[in-house]
Design a protein around this ligand. Sequence first.
Ligand code: ZN
Ligand code: ZN
Length: 484
Amino acid sequence: MITTLLLAAALAAQKPAPAAAPAYKDADRTKLLAALDAKAAHYGDLSRKVWEFSEVGYKEAKSAASLIAELKANGFDVQEGVAATPTAFVASWGSGKPIIGIMAEYDALPGLSQFDTPERKARVEGDPGHGCGHNLLGTASVAAAIAARDELMAKKLPGTIRLYGTPAEEGGGGKIYIARAGLMKDLDVMLSWHPADRNTASVGTTLANITAKFRYRGLAAHAAGAPDKGRSSLDAVMLAGMGIEFLREHVPQETRLHYIITRGGEAPNVVPAFAEMYAYARHSHMPTLDNVWERVLKIAEAGALATDTKLEVELVNAVYNTLPNESLAALTEKNLRRVGGVVYNAEERAFAGALAKSFAATEDPLPLGSEADIQPSRGGASSGSTDAGDVSWQVPMSQLSTATFVPGTPGHSWQSAACAGTSIGRKGMMVAAKTLALTAMDLFTDPAQVKAARDNYEKRRAGFEYRSRVPEGQKPPLNYRDNK
Ligand SMILES: [Zn+2]
Ligand SMILES: [Zn+2]
């Protein structure tokens, strides 16, 4: 008996380690790129469909369903409605390690409804529009995941490709809840990208961002007949706004403060009993932002104290700055250079020229034509914020931007919404899909790349313990776009 066991043990010891995946060859890359080119029109249609839906955060039912249908048709197992979020999903194909994730977003922005024209023209006045290009973002990520799946299947490679459907990037923090549900725990690498007016693999960070709605409740009364009986919630909002204006002078560099008044009363002759402010604070370093936020909260309380009204604070979202990963950026940049930038045809050049006339002057404009170039990876802090930041502190994450918008296009504008519905946006989208797919294949076929990404993550993190600023137990703010 013992001999048998020993023999079995000896045999097991001799059993060769599972064969390493064969290196991803140049001919493989050429084939993968050609396969994506062959499906460019199909994915273009899908992105256009999501562009036409233009659904805001946590309400992206039709957009999510379209992406899910595409993934299911390509053999992915899809868990729908994960993390108590109806429009969040995780699609998976393959088995074992490594596990490579790609993130898809598909929410639109309020008020940016726009035709695919180079002049301002809303499809439906006041409706949402894809001013951040998330129709392209979601579709390219799905396309890349399917391309990687086709390669894993054709070459019988070990590994799992996962597509994360992450709703409500624009202020709703969908990724925070998906990660919190443990759905990213076993990932080796997460790939991310974002539409932009240039092609670059980023080694930069973003701004951490904390947001809340301040709701004030006072007492209604006749504004002329009984003003002494009223307690104005609008006064409280305006005092809080004033406080934030004064705070601007006394905050660290790079701090950004913004707010809107989502409710300010119903009629001038009624003292407003209810008013609401929606406020943001941002900084590239979370502990610095924590201090700024504490002061914003004091200002909000001061508004209530001064007006004898009651304050209710709803923390809507809190996202981290992004943790860059040089190793993944280098790999992504290599693949981006292989893919190349976007080349406009005559019609697209005419559109770009007309659109560029509508841009306000900026300090650092990229010229028309630069969409064909690859910009070197940039460090520093971009002025945006993303819930991908929270992911980057939990798993090694790459960042990529491609030129889906005419160079010089401002983010969150009617111009970017217009580009996202045109062939200009779709060409940039395919640059992203190809770059993501090649990068995924490098990670599937070269364990050293996965290890380098992990090592860089550990070095960058330097022992910092990630702790979400969204309180434990908080549910996704599924109705954050409905102003009270
Ligand atoms: Zn975005
Ligand atoms: Zn955005």
